[in-house]
Design a protein around this ligand. Sequence first.
Ligand code: B12
Length: 215
Amino acid sequence: MPDDSLAQLQRGLLDLDMEAALAAVHNVIAGGNQARVKEAVDVVTRSLEVVGKRFQDGEWYLAELVYAGEIAKDVMNALSPLMQSGGSPSRGTLVIGTVAGDLHDLGKNIVVNFARSAGFAVVDLGVDVSAQKFAAAVREHGPAVLGMSCLLTSTESQLAGVIDALKTQGLRDKLKVVIGGAALSERAARDVGADAFAPDAVTGVDMMKKWSAPA
Ligand code: B12
């Protein structure tokens, strides 16, 4: 019988059927195939794009957006241990968080998992992280890279605030800063003084690997 777990996962997310989504993801996990785990993450990402579109078009309301987010979170939590089985040597530290005022963390959590698999020690500050908290973590952990996630246009200005705080405390020149999230672009990276914008987790972690490669 063909395995339709990924199609079922997509249906679970788009029909707001938590049980179906979790059953599907457990099938994927039981298969123990790393490539399928990556595909499942892609299905979640693509499904959430559809969710966002439905919300934007007024087809879905906030309650549906929230519930789709909860399903995605439970699915990603289930997949997360399998995304970390890299065991590569340490490449240094990544400090990462979602900026103040923004509670979106699904994308950031994917970056965290990919970076850990790639051998980074990750300090995850969570969501709604103030500029002072970012700067304090940079001072404490001395990371090679600072990653910031931002999905809301209204919180974009927080990015510049963090970079200003780093500059004021003499920390900016000691690390690379990469930003990501639906609200951003390469232009935003230039505007706020980040080193780069990453459109997705794979690109972001590839950049981090290049930055931390021995000269
Ligand atoms: C799920 C979701 C939610 C969930 C979040 C659950 C959670 N725990 O994260 C909930 C329901 C809580 C939510 C709330 C809100 N949301 Co919302 N949400 C979404 C939705 C549908 C999906 C986001 C997501 O998780 N995508 C999947 C992940 C995997 O993708 P991603 O985040 O883009 O991450 C990838 C890349 O961007 C990149 N990346 C991301 N961060 C980083 C960081 C670094 C360092 C790197 C390298 C890479 C990187 O890598 C990731 C993996 O490849 C989007 C629609 C969309 N198309 O984005 C709206 C969306 C972001 N939300 C939106 C809005 C308006 C809201 C609310 C204001 C709604 C309201 N009226 O209350 C609130 C805000 C709450 C707050 N203060 O944050 C708008 C934002 C519009 C804007 N431009 O400002 C969007 C775009 C929907 C829309 N089309 O209108 N939301």
